[in-house]
Design a protein around this ligand. Sequence first.
Ligand code: NAD
Ligand code: UDP
Ligand code: UDP
Length: 322
Amino acid sequence: MARLYESRKRILVTGGAGFLGSHLIDRLIDQGHEVLCVDNLFTGTKRNIDHLHTHPRFEFMRHDVTFPLYVEVDEIYNLACPASPVHYQHDPVQTTKTSVLGAINMLGLAKRLKAKIMQASTSEVYGDPSIHPQAESYWGNVNPIGPRSCYDEGKRCAETLFFDYQRQHGVEIKVVRIFNTYGPRMHHADGRVVSNFIVQALKGEPITIYGDGRQTRSFCFVDDLIEGFLRLMETGPEVTGPVNIGNPNEFTIRDLAEQTLAKVGGSSALINEPLPKDDPKQRQPDITQAKAVLGWQPTVELSEGLDRTIGYFRDALPRLEG
Ligand code: NAD
Ligand code: UDP
Ligand code: UDP
């Protein structure tokens, strides 16, 4: 899209080579903005942004957000952080540093530049929730010392920092609590349930249901989520969030396994494996606020989203594993 130079923004996306970041960048470039993608490529890959390398409004910088960053931008989306349990538990100390030091550095940058900044927070701030569905007013039920804590508490502390930078320094903040999101460019081997089940079904391997499969999740297709990000960023300074973005349609993990297998076809068996420690039993967003404040709600049903994600993996898997 052509955009007048005066209305063109220079936008920083940290974690831009990851799953969500790369989709966000595609939308921002389509809208005519300039994008600086900052990523240390821990879980992201250049493959996700390969198609942008020759684009005149796109720039990539390999950098770890736990270190200061001095650049000039108008807006910041802070997505840098490993997101799947397998990856964030691989180096838990680095995970906490990424959330906490990364937030401090990006907020320091936003403060100096008087730039709007959005934090990619997570439904994990609700922990293993004792109320259902989860509204933003719920404070959560998080284990501070378990294997998921580096991620959950890191993200909670990042939210604290965002609100204190707003109160103390007047930084214009937006906090989005993302519920399980899936789609093309998910990492094929990071252990998240949608990618795991699709890859297992495509390879004819057993589909691994952890526990009895009765735990629930609510799955949002990536395009819907990115639309929510953009709408939140467009709001005035009075809208800070935190705001839940996710799809309220809740499924058991066994449902997801059965639907995935039916769509992919093949002869994979459904097998049960031990449930990881502190695995939340249920999760469903209350999106009343997103509807009221952003006029946002998801539009892609799980069945359609799964078809699109399966299509991506059918095509990409040989390259990803090759
Ligand atoms: P992802 O792993 O694909 O992307 C994260 C990106 O951050 C990767 O490209 C990785 O290399 C980069 N990164 C990690 N540590 C970094 C560091 N120290 N410095 C610079 N870059 C670093 O995961 P995603 O699903 O795209 O998640 C993006 C954001 O959204 C994360 O902050 C995650 O916590 C949040 N989120 C995602 C989901 C989801 O369902 N996908 C749910 C809740 C929250
Ligand atoms: N920072 C940064 N880029 C900037 C400005 C600040 O990376 O353009 C980092 C800097 O390293 C600092 C952190 O952000 O440690 C927090 O900045 P702030 O100004 O809030 O704190 P101070 O510099 O007073 O510690
Ligand atoms: N899960 C599963 N099999 C897998 C991967 C995950 O049964 O191969 C389960 C996992 O135990 C959890 C749910 O699926 O109950 C979602 O897991 P994911 O890691 O995708 O996200 P999160 O637990 O962070 O919501």
